[in-house]
Each structure stands twice: as C-alpha cells, then as structure tokens.
Write a new protein. Structure first.
Length: 351
C-alpha cells in the first residue's frame, strides 16, 4: 500500500526539482508567477504570496510528509494522489484563482439576514469531537475537519419564527424573545427552506424525501459535527465556559438555575465566536440521523451523519435538564415527528 501510494510521488519530486531549476523562467511565465492579493488563494500552497510552479512542488512535499493534511487533496476527491499536483498545475497555468473567502472574515463576525436574524462566522478548522466522561455514543474521540460556515447567534426565537411562518407553535407562547419550541425536525427544516426563499438563496431541503442538498447555498440545520465545533469554539472542557457546574451557570440555562423554564435568548455569556445559549434553554435539532456507533467510522472531513436511521440528533440540553446533559459532547436523539416544549432550532449556512 505504501509503495503504490508514494512511489510515484517520490519519483516525481526530483524530476520536478530539476525541471524547475533548468526552466524556472519558462515555467513561471507559463504558470503566471502571479503576485496574489492579501486575501489569500487556494493555489498558494506554500504561502509565499505568489502563484507559480513552486506551489506544485510544495503540494507534492505536503502530501508526502503528511498525506492526511486536507490541503494535499487539491481536487477534493477525498484522497491524496499525484493527480492533485497535476490538477493544481493545470489550474495555475490556466490562470484560474480560487479566493479563500474565509480569510476575508474573522471568527465571530456578524451578518444580518433580511432584518430577521444575526449569524456569526465560524472559521474553518479542526477539533477533537466526543467526550471521555460521557456515554458510549460519545466515543471514540476523533479529529474532525470542517469548512467555514455561518451559524445563527441565538436559537430561533418565537418572534422570528412567527414573523416568517405566521404561526407560533410554542407551548410557552407570547414570549417573543424566548426560543421557539414545540417544533419537530420537519418543522425546523421547513423553516430553513422558507428563510432561504425569502433571502433569495437555494433551499437545501427536498420536502418530499426530506434529504438535504449540501451543495445548495441556503439555510439548513447544523450537522452534529458543526454544532459541537461551534459550541466548543476552540475549547476542550465540558462546557465552553469551563469544567464545573458553576462555569455552566454563566453560559447556559439548566434546571438548577432556571427553575425548569425557558428564558429569553442571549442573557448568558456567549462563547468566543459570539454564540449564545449553546448550553441549555432548549434542545436544538441537528440535520444528522442518529447512530450510536457512527463515531467509529465517521469521515474526518465535513461529516454529515449516517445514511439511514429512524431518529435525528439533538444537542445543547434544555432548561429542565441537569448539567450533565449540557456538556459540549453530549448527544441526544428523537423521532423527527416529535415535538415538545424543550425542542428548538438553530440554523447554519455555508459561505
């Protein structure tokens, strides 16, 4: 396996080096040797601010030294091979540039959508998903890589839901700044499609087969991996605010500090990416189907959950649950038809 995978790469590297030394002027002219803007481009593999043949060599070296580095998968087919270097070379020679949009934003930047809700920018990155101190379905802990996305700063409120749909299904109604609740998974994805249409984006969900098209630019429920990544915001403790229940008190509503009742959103301390109530208040539907063994074979790049399953994932905890259920790694699930005064919505969208 090792020989078949890396032998062609090892043979190509010295050839390319000699080729570069002998014909660097010709190659740089063909490849553009373009000075890149500060915004950054996907083709600038070695980060020198230029676009030329040295980036192809850098990609080959990157794949040899660390084939798990996602930058080595230039063509995005899920694996590293020489064809990534060829694809990069052809793209550079054609003069095509791929701006890195995420570099034009900072973590926690806020954008308003149609005057309805604010969304925070969540940068691309990786983290260790899962927990040592939780249930079996939180293991094994595994590293996940995610592309950048936007996430609603708060849980969708009763006012936001009613303004868009004309209805308020909440059990605790007439509390406009409280999170909307008593919504099923189906209600949640229907809300996402309605907001996408209003904002002029492509709806992500087929409301007949209920599948999500991740290539669309509209709103959707977060994947379970996106949710935990956004909640942690670079932290590794039980809660983004710390390890102890007293730390949870400053970040979220749980049974001991809420009396079991939902509270207005954004009254607790946000995490470093300006997201409120990631711990508690209401459970938040995720897009994923639930499988207790999914972590054992989960893809490590933008996982979207198992292909089958009767249940959908819920995250966050709620105002009537104990602190244990508010941990960043905690997983719960229910049928997509289920509703209750503890079930709410938070949404995401890709740049």
């Amino acid at each position: 396996m090792f020989y078949r995978r890396f032998c062609p790469i090892l043979l190509l590297i010295p050839l390319l080096l000699v080729f570069l030394l002998c014909f660097s002027g010709v190659l740089n002219a063909a490849a553009g040797n373009t000075e890149l803007s500060e915004a950054g481009y996907k083709e600038d593999i070695n980060g020198d601010g230029k676009q030329n043949i040295t980036d192809v060599i850098a990609l080959l070296l990157l794949g040899r030294d660390n084939p798990s580095d996602l930058r080595a998968d230039y063509d995005g087919n899920g694996s590293y091979a020489v064809n990534d270097a060829i694809a990069l070379l052809l793209n550079i020679m054609s003069g095509n540039l791929t701006p890195l949009e995420q570099e034009t934003h900072s973590p926690g930047d806020i954008v308003n959508i149609q005057g309805i809700l604010n969304m925070a920018y969540i940068p691309e990155g990786d983290y260790l998903m899962g927990g040592e101190d939780g249930d079996a379905d939180e293991k094994p802990i595994h590293r996940i890589y995610l592309d950048a996305f936007w996430m609603s700063v708060t849980e969708i409120t009763q006012e936001q839901y009613e303004n868009l749909t004309g209805t308020n299904p909440s059990y605790w109604e007439n509390k406009p700044t409280n999170p909307v609740e008593n919504v099923s998974w189906y209600d949640a994805v229907t809300f996402c499609n309605k907001l996408s249409e209003l904002a002029g984006f492509e709806p992500c969900y087929d409301l007949i087969n209920w599948k999500c098209d991740f290539s669309k630019n509209g709103f959707r429920l977060p994947t379970e991996a996106e949710w935990e990544y956004a909640c942690r915001a670079g932290t590794s403790a039980k809660y983004y605010s710390g390890e102890e229940e007293i730390d949870l008190d400053i970040a979220g509503w749980h049974y001991a500090n809420s009396g079991g009742d939902q509270q207005p959103v954004a009254e607790k301390m946000p995490n470093r990416w300006k997201l409120y109530d990631m711990h508690g208040n209401v459970w938040e539907w995720c897009n994923d189907r639930y499988d207790e063994n999914y972590y054992s074979n989960s893809p490590n790049h933008n996982p979207t959950g198992p292909e089958s399953g009767s249940y959908r994932v819920l995250r966050s905890g709620c105002a009537c649950a104990d602190a244990y259920y508010h941990r960043s790694a905690n997983r719960e699930y229910d049928r997509p038809t289920s509703k209750g005064q503890t079930m709410g919505i938070r949404i995401v969208r890709h740049p």
